[in-house]
Structures are given as structure tokens and as C-alpha cells.
Design a binder for this molecule. Structure first.
Ligand SMILES: [Zn+2]
Ligand SMILES: [Zn+2]
Length: 470
């Protein structure tokens, strides 16, 4: 038998072994079938971290079928005294929150330029009894809205996002995240007042999540100091009536510039140094690297500028923007090094100068397990929703917040068209739908219940803190 044949059989046996193992993804997703809305939670174990949601797995459900499961009445939730005020406050505010959502959706603004959203959100919070600081800590479109009841108690932090994507508007649904943050803050305020619970609510308006890392800047400038925990939520495609409390992966933003030398492309090309060629080689090298990288890593980039030259001039400038992702910060450090080598090799091959710029990385999201269990219990019992613990291969600057304090960032499904997940035009449409609003309202209520429990229940908060230390 030749070595080649051994190799083939080796592969076959290996395939057989792999396929004989039960699929983890199947185990997780099966309880989400139409007949059951049982919560499948807490699987924030490392074992589950190797499973990934992709938009094509779950991106579509017919709008007409979407809410059929809501016919099943959920069992009573076991904190009746605190239920009514949170749910009734948010039901009452719902039309105003919908208006905010649609205003922001129809005024999409890019990172650090979210002036319209900043103004409507701060006006809204100011008119509902919160003390507002506009343009917080030197960031023009950041804000703080705070409310204190009684003396002492714990501090609940909440984040709103409101930046959009170039060319495709609110394709990540941040219009929903914006008002959800307001909703959580107002519902918890109402509960603190009604039940005379001491505590503080701090809503931070955090610009530039898609790029720029607004939360990282705010963390560095002390905006999160004094918070005991922080929560927010994020829409995604997914099975009807589902939420997800899995983590997300780390990302490094890299800008690379190549500087060459112009020359007449016909008469004397040998006098030039072609920066566009450097970008082309860098793109090709990273594409080749992609074959050797692990399936849970990601790298993707664009050429932002080629110096706007004409074909008869050798381009002397090119700029590329790359995002490099890996499951953990240490994986990321190693993978960034490989990508850096590709970028540098392109400069070497073309004789161009290279300038690399690294942004502060977004760390992987570490969901607080105790907060996650509480949230999953609430959405299951009160809102008939199932919760999974699948890691997303997207990234968020809220990951850095989750390193600083106990934090929860549930994803939740809204109905969208086939292949219409986050960062597509389909999702822009989905983020404006009434169904998306209603689902955000449920998740907002659940986050408010979760946050309130951390303020009112010392024993529960002790567990939250202990879980953060682990
Ligand atoms: Zn987003
Ligand atoms: Zn996004």
C-alpha cells in the first residue's frame, strides 16, 4: 500500500470518527423546536464555545408564523411584587419608545457622528426624571443619564448604542438597542420608587460600537467607575422567540498604509514603487493564510484608498483596513502576528514603506453566568422564550466592559428575510418592523427584572460577584 493510500484511509477513518460523535450544535438547537420553549441555558462552558451561529443557520422565519408560539401561556414568575411595575411601565412607554426607534432608524449616523440620536435620547431621558450629562467625558455623542433613589444601595449600569453602518443604515439594529437602554433605565427607576428600594441607575450612551470602540474610551475615562454591574442587549437573526447568552470573540482593528513612488506607467515604470501592488499582495497573502487558520478565527479587510491615481501613473499610496478576530485575547495576539507578517511581506516585495496602526482591541465577551441564568429564567417563565449559550463570531466593545465588572449582553432574535442577518439591508428592514419592536420590548422587560434583582437582592448580587471572580 502506498503512503498516499494510507493517507486516504486515514482521512476516511477520521471522518467516520468525527461524524460518529453527536453534533453539539444539534443538541443545543433541538430544544428550540416549535413544540417547546424550554430554556436551554447556562451553557457558557468552554465546551459550548466551539459552536457558532451564522446568519444562514437561522436567519429566516416567515413573519406570519413568527409569533405562533406566543399562544402558550408561560407559568407564573416567582417575584410577583416586582413584576407589575416593570411590565406596566414598559407597556405604557412602548409607543414613545417605538417613536424614538423609528426616528433614529430614519437618521442613520456613523461612529462618533451620532448627533441626532444623542439629542433625541438625552431629551427623552431628561423629560423622564433622569439627570443628563450631554457629550460625556469629551465624547461629543456620548451621554450619561442617572437616577438615584434613597441612600446607599447598588449601581446598575446600562448601555445604549446608536451608530449605523456606512451605506446600509441601521443594519445592526442599534436603533432597538438605543431605546432598550432607555426602557431598562426607566422601568428600574419606576420599580425603585414604587418599592422604595435604594439604588442608582446609570444609563451610558455609548457611541461608535461598529468601529472606534466608544465603550473602551469611556472605560478609560472612568465612565463605568462605581457601577456594580452593567447590562445591554443586541438583536440578531435566530429561531423565533429565542435569546442567546453565549459570548462573542475578540477583534483587532488594523490600518495599514503603503507608501511607494509615482512614475510614468508606460515610459518609466521601473522608476516607481507600486503601493497598489503592495495592497494586492497583502490581500492575496492574507487569503492564503486563511487556509491555515482555525475555523473559529476570522480575518477580513478592504482597500480604503489607492491614492486615486489614473492607470498611467504608478500609484504611490494605498490604505487598507483589516479586522482580525479570534476566540480569546491570547489567541488574537498570536493570530494578529501572522496577519502582520503578511502585511509586512507585501511591503518588502514591492519596496514600499509600511505604516501599521493598531486600535485598542475589542476583548471577547464574558457573560456573567449568574446574570445569564436569571435572564434565561425570566424570559422562559414570563415571555415564553428559549435561551441558548452559543458563541457568536462577531465582536463587541462591550467585551471590554465584561472584563471590568459583572456584565450581561443577551442577543435576541428578530424576524428577518433569508440571509438577512446583521450588516445586511434585510436586517435594516427587520430593525424597523413592529415584530422587532415587540421582541425588543420583551427582552427589555427581562433585562430590567434582571437588573432590579441585582439591586434589591443582596444574596443574589453576592453570587453575581462571585461568578465574576471565577
Ligand atoms: Zn451591533
Ligand atoms: Zn454590527
Amino acid at each position: 500500500m502506498s503512503p498516499r493510500q494510507v493517507g486516504c484511509f486515514g482521512t476516511w477513518f477520521r471522518r467516520k470518527q468525527v461524524s460518529a460523535e453527536p453534533s453539539k450544535t444539534h443538541e443545543i438547537s433541538s430544544p428550540l423546536g416549535k413544540s417547546s420553549a424550554t430554556a436551554v441555558v447556562s451553557s457558557i462552558s468552554s465546551e459550548l464555545k466551539c459552536n457558532y451561529i451564522t446568519p444562514c443557520d437561522h436567519s429566516y422565519a416567515d413573519m406570519g408564523d413568527w409569533w405562533s408560539q406566543s399562544d402558550v401561556q408561560p407559568p407564573a414568575y416567582d417575584a410577583p411584587g416586582f413584576d407589575s411595575v416593570i411590565d406596566s411601565t414598559l407597556d405604557e412607554l412602548s409607543p414613545q419608545l417605538r417613536k424614538l426607534s423609528m426616528e433614529i432608524h430614519s437618521h442613520p449616523e456613523l461612529a462618533f457622528c451620532e448627533v441626532f440620536a444623542h439629542d433625541v435620547l438625552t431629551t427623552f431621558m431628561g423629560s423622564h426624571g433622569f439627570t443628563v450629562t450631554k457629550s460625556y467625558l469629551g465624547l461629543q455623542t456620548a451621554f450619561k443619564a442617572e437616577f438615584t433613589h434613597g441612600k446607599g444601595g447598588r449601581v446598575l449600569g446600562i448601555n445604549s448604542e446608536y451608530d449605523a453602518l456606512k451605506g446600509i443604515g441601521h443594519a445592526c439594529g442599534h436603533n432597538l438597542i438605543a431605546w432598550s437602554g432607555c426602557g431598562v433605565a426607566l422601568a428600574v427607576k419606576a420599580a425603585l420608587e414604587t418599592h422604595d428600594i435604594p439604588g442608582k441607575v446609570v444609563l451610558l450612551g455609548t457611541p461608535a460600537e461598529e468601529s472606534g470602540g466608544g465603550k473602551i474610551i469611556l472605560l478609560e475615562r472612568g465612565a463605568y467607575d462605581g457601577m456594580d454591574l452593567c447590562v445591554m442587549c443586541h438583536p440578531a437573526p435566530g429561531p423565533p422567540q429565542s435569546a442567546n447568552i453565549g459570548g462573542s470573540i475578540a477583534v483587532q482593528d488594523i490600518t495599514v498604509e503603503y507608501a511607494g513612488r509615482t512614475a510614468h506607467a508606460g515610459a518609466a515604470p521601473w522608476e516607481g514603487r507600486n503601493a497598489l501592488d503592495a495592497a494586492f499582495l497583502a490581500y492575496s497573502s492574507v487569503s492564503v493564510l486563511r487556509q491555515q487558520m482555525r475555523p473559529d478565527h476570522r480575518v477580513h479587510g478592504v482597500i480604503e484608498s489607492n491614492g486615486e491615481m489614473t492607470p498611467n501613473v504608478i500609484p504611490d499610496y494605498a490604505k487598507m483596513h483589516w479586522l482580525v478576530r479570534a476566540p480569546t485575547s491570547s489567541d488574537l495576539t498570536a493570530f494578529v502576528e501572522r496577519v502582520k507578517q503578511c502585511l509586512q511581506a507585501a511591503a518588502l516585495a514591492t519596496g514600499c514603506e509600511i505604516k501599521l496602526h493598531f486600535e485598542h482591541p475589542y476583548l471577547e465577551l464574558k457573560q456573567n453566568e449568574v446574570l445569564g441564568r436569571e435572564f434565561a429564567d425570566i424570559v422562559s417563565k414570563r415571555y415564553n422564550m428559549a435561551t441558548t449559550g452559543l458563541t457568536s463570531s462577531a465582536s463587541t466593545d462591550f467585551g471590554n466592559v465584561s472584563y471590568a465588572m459583572p456584565a450581561l449582553h443577551p442577543g435576541f432574535a428578530i424576524p428577518t428575510e433569508p440571509n438577512g442577518g446583521n450588516h445586511t439591508i434585510g436586517f435594516t428592514k427587520a430593525a424597523a418592523s413592529k415584530e422587532a419592536h415587540m421582541q425588543t420590548l420583551r427582552v427589555t422587560k427581562a433585562l430590567a427584572h434582571t437588573g432590579l434583582r441585582a439591586l434589591r437582592d443582596a444574596e443574589f448580587f453576592k453570587q453575581v460577584k462571585e461568578s465574576f471572580k471565577l
